[in-house]
Design a protein around this ligand. Structure first.
Ligand SMILES: *[C@@H]1O[C@H](CO)[C@@H](O)[C@H](O)[C@H]1NC(C)=O
Length: 222
């Protein structure tokens, strides 16, 4: 009886484990058709007729050019997810190029559907992530951070808040792979202070333990 129970628990945990990631493909490939008119909702994108698929569907040339970093944070992420690169559909992976101006920041954000592995190509980055809230309220959320140089690889676990700051006076460049064809991104500051419509100020004054004028000042930046 106990053995049977254990086996059931094991099976349930295995099933839920596989469902925590992008679903496995059930064919060699399923190049996405971008049909804005499609009203049928599938988990991913519908497949192009395999006879119409060519090598071009598996090629993406959109990461060659540096992104425009002339913005308040001084960084730009250029995406190669399924929306830009239909050949990724059902494969459970995607790629981004991140350009940083001198002292530029890829601001704290999360990917709800993907872990991320980042490789530095140029420059020096201070990169890190913070754990989920600890069970014990007296223990703080833990920061794991490192200074990274060209060739260094750092991993950001799925769903955790992470960031990279260019420490140098020259441009920096990194590429990062993500474990989803559609990782999603929530930039913390934009989501909290720049939502449309804005979050009620009483929510933010309590959450951040500051006066309303501080919240209004920050909201004004978004
Ligand atoms: C980069 O972005 C800035 C600000 O949006 C814009 O003024 C500038 O023309 C852009 N540069 C290029 C090369 O697109």
């Amino acid at each position: 009886m106990a053995v049977r129970f254990l086996i059931s628990v094991l099976i349930i945990s295995l099933v839920s484990f596989t469902h925590a990631y992008d679903p496995d493909p059930l064919q060699d490939f399923c190049v996405a058709v971008n049909d804005a008119e499609a009203k049928v909702f599938v988990n991913g994108k519908i497949c192009k007729d395999p006879n119409m698929v060519s090598a071009d569907d598996f090629l993406f040339r959109g990461l060659k050019m540096p992104g425009n970093t002339s913005n308040p944070v001084g960084s730009r992420v250029t995406f190669a997810t399924v929306d830009q690169f239909p050949g990724l559909n059902t494969l459970g992976i995607s790629l981004v190029r991140i350009d940083y101006a001198p002292y530029g920041l890829n601001a704290p954000h999360v990917h709800p559907r993907a872990a991320e592995i980042l490789t530095v190509v140029e420059g020096t980055l201070y990169a890190g992530f913070v754990t989920t809230n600890p069970i014990d309220p007296n223990v703080k959320n833990k920061l794991f951070a490192k200074t990274l140089y060209p060739g260094d690889v750092f991993v950001f676990p799925k769903g955790l808040i992470h960031f990279q700051l260019n420490l140098g006076k020259n441009n920096a460049l990194a590429f990062a792979s993500l474990s989803s064809q559609n990782p999603g991104v929530i930039t913390i500051a934009n989501a909290v202070f720049g939502s449309n419509p804005p979050i009620n100020i009483d929510v933010l004054t309590k959450a951040f333990q500051v006066d309303a004028n501080v919240i209004k000042y920050i909201q004004g930046k978004f």
